[in-house]
Design a protein around this ligand. Structure first.
Ligand SMILES: NC(=O)c1ccc[n+]([C@@H]2O[C@H](COP(=O)([O-])OP(=O)(O)OC[C@H]3O[C@@H](n4cnc5c(N)ncnc54)[C@H](OP(=O)(O)O)[C@@H]3O)[C@@H](O)[C@H]2O)c1
Length: 264
């Protein structure tokens, strides 16, 4: 799908990969609906998108609050515009061991990464189907392909997205709904700063692994190219992507590495 002239809703647009994707797509004169919780950051991103020649609308909402998600969807649907793309980057990571993490923190991570994402998708899907289809993208992670220390609920929530959106894709081929699952490796964003610790508070540190990751701008360019080609899975990152193949083809090696790898 070419972005020019399209109506595209981007969640997680206030920071990191989602922000960079919004800016990249804005070069193509699209109409961008930008979402996240941080209204001030969204306004700044919107201004930069407008300078690139796109029109924008800000719809702030909280993925962990179902009413907030549904209200946001209602606002967009009430405009009766075709939604050509729903690109979902909103998400939160984790830095805590299973043994020390209360269930409420696990649930919070699932509320944002999984239930918030599917609530928004389910609100938009019928309208998309009525309007000859569209493209839905969700952001998983390489740890949506294998487990990783310190990321138990995060990894599980990303695994869940694969099952859900592969099912959605298979159910909606005849409705012209195309699904892309984006699978980043380590990208240098605020993800580790915002990750929840065992108390449900932000981890607050730029982890060494994150710091050495690919830039958000580089990542966004790769993602956009593959979104245009409507790739079903979009793996993007550096050398760390090799873990996906090691897990698939040499599981014994993965088990060894996962038990020794530095989680931060
Ligand atoms: N960076 C990486 O290495 C990496 C690797 C694999 C996967 N990912 C995935 O990539 C996506 C983007 O992450 P990022 O790296 O760009 O991190 P980021 O800079 O922390 O951005 C996260 C985005 O999610 C939004 N968000 C978080 N909680 C939300 C909530 N409750 N309601 C609504 N929006 C919420 C944030 O907006 P507000 O704060 O304004 O709400 C922000 O725009 C995430 O799904 C993440 O899991 C990242």
């Amino acid at each position: 799908m070419k972005f020019t002239g399209k109506n595209i809703w981007i969640t997680g647009a206030s920071s990191g990969i989602g922000e960079a994707v919004a800016l990249e797509i804005s070069k193509h004169k699209a109409f961008l609906i930008l979402s996240g919780r941080n209204e001030k950051a969204l306004k700044e991103v919107a201004e930069r998108c407008q300078k690139n020649g796109s029109s924008t609308q800000i719809i702030p909402f909280d993925l962990s609050n179902e009413n907030s998600v549904l209200e946001a969807a209602d606002k967009v649907l009430s405009q009766k515009i075709k939604i050509d793309g729903l690109y979902q980057f909103g998400g939160i990571s984790q830095r805590s061991f299973v043994s020390e993490t209360p269930l409420e923190v696990d649930r919070k991570i699932f509320e944002v990464n999984f239930f918030g994402t599917i609530a928004l998708t389910k609100s938009i899907l019928p309208w998309m189907i009525e309007n000859d289809g569209g493209q839905i993208a969700v952001t998983s992670s390489i740890v949506g392909k294998f487990g990783f220390p310190y990321r138990s609920a995060y990894s599980a929530s990303k695994h869940a997205l694969h099952g859900y959106f592969e099912s959605l894709r298979a159910e909606n081929l005849q409705n012209n709904v195309r699904v892309s699952v984006i699978i980043p490796g380590r990208i240098k964003t605020n993800v580790s700063l915002n990750a929840l610790n065992k108390n449900g508070n932000p981890h607050g540190q730029m982890d060494e692994g994150q710091d050495k990751g690919k830039s958000a701008d580089w990542t966004a360019r790769k993602i956009c190219r593959k979104l245009e080609k409507e790739r079903k899975e979009i793996l993007v990152g550096g050398f760390d992507l090799i873990m996906v193949y090691i897990r698939r083809f040499f599981p014994f090696l993965y088990y060894y590495m996962a038990s020794r790898v530095k989680p931060l």
